[in-house]
Design a protein around this ligand. Structure first.
Ligand SMILES: NC(=O)c1ccc[n+]([C@@H]2O[C@H](COP(=O)([O-])OP(=O)(O)OC[C@H]3O[C@@H](n4cnc5c(N)ncnc54)[C@H](OP(=O)(O)O)[C@@H]3O)[C@@H](O)[C@H]2O)c1
Length: 223
């Protein structure tokens, strides 16, 4: 399959949460934010799910280091991205990938705001198709920045090559707090996405873990 190399990056608490029950996702320490912006400057595109745009209103630009802003890609089946979201501005191109269920009026508003729209998938965005599309537009390195649901859908399909996680020295609890990977989950540990630890380091007060994805059962064709 021809697709970009995909790195999933996230900051989580020691108990695996990427946001609190109250929706606070400011988990990284300052040094980890510097690392994230360096990572952003090294990729062609950054991808997030609509849940993340609605929760955090991120701009997804490179600000803490020198570097070019990557293309921003929002996975947004129903075109729920607010046209005034920070992610749509003239600091970089923004692609909103929607499904066929998205209403025309919403697409028109997003286009008027400056976003490029691509349509693939019936109810959800077809992720293997999206990655092929991005590749055909020259995207070779893609940074996946969450959230929980999109991380699951990408990982279970074997569409992630590397996982970088900064573990903050905090425990926030909360059954409903979003964790690194949501979705339906695997029944057996044996079915889980197999990883190989390639680096352990300290970034400020956080612990940085870098893993290479070895494989996902049944998803070999996507690697
Ligand atoms: N700490 C961190 O590093 C970090 C980073 C990012 C996000 N976060 C947190 O993560 C939370 C958001 O995560 P989330 O799980 O709610 O949302 P999400 O993963 O950002 O977005 C998921 C949504 O994307 C849409 N979608 C369309 N096609 C999809 C597909 N094929 N696969 C998956 N999703 C698809 C769906 O909405 P439609 O049905 O409307 O299309 C789905 O509900 C927020 O609390 C945010 O703060 C934390």
């Amino acid at each position: 399959m021809t697709r970009p190399h995909v790195t999933l990056n996230a900051a989580m608490t020691l108990d695996g949460k990427i946001a609190t029950v109250g929706g606070d996702s400011r988990i990284s320490c300052e040094a980890d934010l510097d690392r994230l912006h360096k990572l952003r400057a090294e990729v062609d595109a950054i991808m997030v799910g609509i849940g993340t745009v609605l929760a955090d209103d991120p701009s997804l630009t490179v600000r803490r280091v020198r570097g070019k802003n990557p293309i921003r890609v929002i996975v947004d089946g129903g075109a729920r991205t607010p046209p005034n979201a920070r992610v749509i501005d003239n600091s970089a191109n923004t692609i909103v990938a929607v499904a066929k269920k998205a209403k025309r009026e919403k697409l028109k508003k997003l286009r008027n705001a400056g976003a490029d729209i691509i349509i693939g998938g019936k109810k959800e965005v077809n992720l293997p198709w999206l990655l092929r599309e991005l590749h055909s537009h020259g995207v070779r390195k893609l940074l996946l920045e969450g959230g929980s649901t999109l991380n699951w859908e990408m990982l279970k399909r074997g569409l992630v090559d590397e996982v970088q996680v900064a573990v903050a020295p905090r425990i926030v609890g909360g059954e409903k707090a979003k964790s690194l990977v949501g979705g339906a989950g695997f029944i057996k540990v044996q079915q889980g996405v197999k990883l190989k630890l390639s680096r352990v380091g300290r970034v400020g007060v956080d612990l940085l873990l870098i893993y290479q994805v070895v494989g996902v059962r049944g998803a070999e064709k996507n690697r």
